[in-house]
Every structure is written in C-alpha cells, then in structure tokens.
Design a protein around this ligand. Structure first.
Ligand code: ACM
Length: 488
C-alpha cells in the first residue's frame, strides 16, 4: 500500500497515479518517483493558458497552505499541443518537474483537475497520464422550475461538477409550476411565473434575471462548462399560460399549479400567437447563450394530440437554427421527422425506442440519460428521504455499472454525443438537498462519460470514491455516505 506522510500529526496516504475520477485513459506510474510542492514552487505557462495556470496555482495553494504562484521558470509547466485534441491532455510527473500539455486551454483545465485530485500532503505521484474523453458531451441537469436555485447556488454547484470533467450544465428553466428566466419582451412570464408560491407545494419565489443568467453563463464558461438552456414545450407550459392566457387553446385563464402532475398542459398548435411567443422566447434565449445548444423539451405531451405535436414541432424545430443554435429535445421528438443536426436525449427507463433508433440510423446524435441509471432525483435506497422512485432505486453501483453504447438497440458508440445526469427538483429545496442527491452518483456517471470502457472497474471506482469523500467533507458538500462505499 501507499507510503504514509504526516501533516500536523495526521497520516495522509499518498495517491497512486491512477487515483482519479474519472479514471484516465492511460496511466503509467513510476512508483519510485514523487514530486513535492514547496514554498518556492511556481507554475509557468503560455499566454493562452494564464487563467488556467492561475487556477492551478490557487488550487495547490489552498490544498497545501504553501504560496504557490504563477511565474517564469516554474517547476510546474503548462503548454499547448493542438494535435492532442481540444479536451485531451498529457501529464508527466518526475521528481524535478510536472509537465502538463493540453490540446487547448480546456484540455489543460481538465489536466489541472487531475493534478488537484492527485495532490495529497503536497506530494504528486510520479509517472505519465495520457487522457482524453470518450464522449464530447458530459452533462448534468438542474431543474430550476420545480424549486428555484439562485445564480450563486448554481455557481456553487458548478464548482462541484468541474472536478469530474463535466462540460455541460443543462438548466431546466420552465415548467408547469414556474418560469425561471426573464424574457424582457414577455415580462409577465417571470413577474407571475417566478413570483411567490410558484415552487412545488407553494415554495418559491425566484427567477434568473437576464443579468443573473449572463453571470452564470460567464462563470461556467470560465470553467469550460457550457450552459444548455431548456424551454420545455409544447407541454409543461402551465406557468406560461397562467402569465399569458392567450397561450391557452380557448384563450381563457388557467389556474397556477404547484402539484407534481405532468402531461396536462399544452401550447395549441394552430394559432399564430403560439409561434410568435415561441420565436420571441427562443430568440431571447439564443441571444443570451453563447454555447451551441438550445433544448426545447418536447417530453410528456400527454394532452397534445399526435397530429398537433407533429405540426407544432415542424414549425418550431427550425427556429433555433435561425439563431445559430443546435436543438436538443427529449426523445419523444424523435417520433416526428427531424431536421438534420437535432440531438435526441433519451430518458425513459425502457431499453428500447424506435424513434431514437431511427434518428440514430439517420445520422443524428443521441445523449443518453436513462432514468433508471442516471436520474439523480431517484432515491438511492428505500430509506432515502428525498427524491422519487418511479424509475427505481439507484445506488452508486447501479449508476456506474452500465454502458451507454449497450443501452438502446440501434444506438451505438458512433451515434452517441454523450451522457447526461438529470436532477429534477420536485423534492429538493436547498443546495444541500441537491448535493446529497448528486454526490456520490454524479462521479459515477462522469466516469461512464469520460473514461474508456475498458478502463472502468467498479472495485477500483469504489476505492477512488472513498478516497474522494474527505474532499467533499473539506468543501462542506453534503454527500450521501452510501453504505456501498467504505468511506474514510
Ligand atoms: C423527463 O423526465 N420528463 C424528461
């Protein structure tokens, strides 16, 4: 086993080179070598990566209590090699130097996450890591509609996603209960839909102003995380219809709803008022969002006749492209003929879906989010106080031990854009609630999305997760101490 170092009398095991979540693609340890951080340690870099170098220096300073700074001639060196691929990095640790090469500043940033996980008691284990993601899209989703979370709370959540190399945060911004993003041309959406009592069972209020949303987008971008905004339609629209009764089929007002039923509301497919509204909202959200994706929902439209659903999507699916965005939709949208480039997000627990398979056969990409594996709002076990159980109980091993390329007939490795772990917030009222459902399952899903399939191994993951627990303790993250893991 690992050598023991003592810091202030507390024994700290040194890390092995592969003790990282998600496990890197290639790990070549040199067990006789370590690099020791001292008070004169500096991080040097190329100009394009100064911000990333600053984050590494700050992270190492916090972890070691030593004044690690950036500057020329450092023993920790960051450089770029675009030939590696944008998100890839190579890390070499010798006794005298740490050399991190990234395919881009983003690849360097993921390498920095690896270094920060490997650091223990001021020591880094020797050897070489060569790493790159299996899938380009590695996501988490947070539902702001059922219970609202502030910009600061979302930022705190992003801080905890980044160590696991998650590169997209999908925000579910609108639903039957509430509307959580200001649309300046339609002020009643948030005046009413973000007002008091709009959370489940009357919780609330809250919404992101355009300035607060921009702040979240910028904070995420600084950490190489893209925000994916979702405006759910044509169903899940009761809050919009409460705010603007002209969006109902008969133009009559509807009552606010804060229960958790689904499938009862729908934008009517006939009237032009529907499409004027949709265009206004999509244009605004596209303008506020620098990333490539805009999610239009499309799920659980149980009260929308099939012909209306088709007519609605035929009008709406081309709109985001006019504003430079690629559409993502829940997989129900694959029942209709889709424009090219639409991304289908599979979510049901069933192991089959003809529409998604057809979309994949026609060359469209799929994000895999099967509810029975990666829905972070499902209870861990029968005793979990928070969460739901309609897709089953999801322990840590269940979230880990599956493969996205085996999940749906007709959807293989080449069709997959990636994997996303959604977190619906019907029962979640605080960041602590969010963290308790997210951790430790999100790291399991992150490893499914990042690491080569052949490198994944549950006994190894279990050990690495146990070793991560003290980091959450130190950061005040209220994770679930699952009995599946031998926590330290
Ligand atoms: C969903 O869970 N309704 C996408």
């Amino acid at each position: 086993m690992a050598k023991q170092f003592r810091v202030l009398g507390v024994p700290l095991p040194t890390k092995q080179l592969g003790d990282v979540i998600p496990v890197p693609a290639v790990v070549r340890p040199v067990t006789t070598t370590t690099f020791t951080i001292v008070s004169s340690t500096r991080v040097s870099t190329v100009p394009e990566a100064e911000a990333v170098a600053g984050r590494l220096a700050a992270g190492l300073s916090t972890a070691t209590g030593l004044p690690v700074t950036t500057g020329d001639g450092g023993s920790i060196r960051l450089s770029l090699d675009p030939g590696l691929g944008a998100e890839a990095y190579r890390l070499e640790i010798t006794a005298g130097a740490v050399t991190l090469t990234g395919g881009s500043p983003q690849g360097l940033f993921w390498g920095v996450q690896t270094i920060l996980q490997l650091e223990c008691g001021g020591v880094l284990p020797g050897g070489v890591i060569e790493d790159r993601p299996r899938f380009p899209y590695r996501g988490a989703m947070l539902d702001l509609a059922r219970h609202f979370f502030t910009a600061d709370e979302i930022k705190a959540h992003i801080d905890q996603l980044v160590p696991f190399k998650i590169n997209h945060l999908h925000l579910h911004l609108t639903d039957d209960q509430g509307w959580r993003l200001e649309i300046p041309g339609r002020p009643r959406l948030t005046e009413i839909g973000g007002g008091p009592g709009t959370g489940v069972d009357g919780a609330g209020p809250g919404f992101l102003t355009t300035a607060a949303y921009a702040e979240v987008v910028a904070y995420a971008a600084d950490r190489f995380v893209g925000i994916v905004p979702e405006i759910d339609m044509p169903g899940h629209v009761n809050a919009a219809q409460v705010a603007y009764p002209e969006l109902t089929a008969d133009g009559q007002p509807v009552a606010p709803r804060t229960d958790t039923a689904v499938g009862y509301s729908s934008l009517p497919a006939g009237p032009e008022t529907t499409y004027a509204f949709v265009e206004d909202v999509i244009r605004t959200v596209a303008d506020l969002t620098p990333g490539p994706y805009l999610h239009i929902g499309g799920d659980e439209c149980h009260s929308t006749p099939a012909a209306d659903y088709r007519a609605f999507l035929e009008r709406v699916l081309p709109i985001p492209a006019k504003y430079g965005k690629t559409v993502i939709g829940w997989h129900e949208i694959a029942a209709v003929d889709l424009p090219d480039h639409v991304v289908v997000q599979y979510w049901r627990p069933e192991a089959d879906d003809a529409g998604t398979a057809r979309a994949a056969a026609e060359g469209r990409r799929v994000i895999m989010s099967p509810a029975d594996r990666v829905y972070l709002d499902m209870k861990y076990d029968a005793d979990t106080p928070l969460g739901l159980d309609w897709a089953g109980l999801i322990g840590v091993e269940r979230a880990y031990d599956w493969d996205p390329a085996d999940r749906l007939p007709g959807v293989d490795e080449e069709s997959l854009l990636g994997v996303e772990a959604p977190l619906w917030s019907e029962t979640l009222r605080s960041v602590d609630d969010v963290h308790r459902m997210t951790f430790p399952r999100l790291p399991a899903v992150a490893e499914v999305a990042w690491s080569p399939r052949a490198a994944r191994d549950w006994p190894s993951f279990r050990e690495r997760l146990a070793a991560y627990g003290p980091r959450w303790d130190a950061a005040g993250v209220d994770y679930y101490r699952s009995p599946e893991i031998d926590w330290r």
